[in-house]
Write a protein that binds this ligand. Structure first.
Ligand SMILES: [Zn+2]
Length: 145
């Protein structure tokens, strides 16, 4: 977990992860670097993305942002959370009440970070570049107001 997450960027990361997994069944990113101005996420992957694919990912994410989904949280016991989610990325001292963050019905993810209240706050999502190397796809993105 990064020390200080930007809410908008970090909430966009949730949407990118869910969108990537829906399209490619690649799971969520295994590594992320989230900053206010630009962020990057790394996925285990098997090819480079075409321009059309990048466009499709952006379009889907911006559609979700524009539909202004509410971000909600609820709590599960650690055992319930383990049964339904991968909680490996949570710190080991996360405790027995695991917070699940939901973005409308689009994404549900155990997370301790700060999020926007609804997706319209995120602004416009733009992929700035992608790179594929040795089984890892890196997606860099930024947000425009
Ligand atoms: Zn989060």
């Amino acid at each position: 977990m990064e020390k200080k997450y930007d809410r908008r960027m970090h909430s966009a990361e949730h949407l990118l992860n869910q969108t990537m997994d829906r399209i490619y069944q690649c799971g969520r990113c295994f590594n992320a670097h989230i900053e206010r101005k630009k962020s990057k996420c790394d996925y285990r992957f098997n090819k480079a993305l075409s321009a059309a694919e990048i466009e499709e990912i952006q379009t889907r994410i911006n559609r979700i942002i524009q539909s202004d989904l509410r971000v909600n949280e609820h709590f599960l016991s650690k055992i319930e959370a383990e049964n339904r989610f991968n909680i490996e990325k949570l710190p080991p001292d996360a405790g027995d009440r695991i917070r699940i963050v939901s973005i409308g019905n689009y994404d549900h993810c155990p997370c301790i970070g700060p999020h926007v209240k609804s997706t319209a706050e995120i602004g416009k999502f733009k992929i700035t570049s992608t790179a594929f190397n040795d089984g890892v796809l890196r997606i860099r993105y930024k947000l425009e107001n």
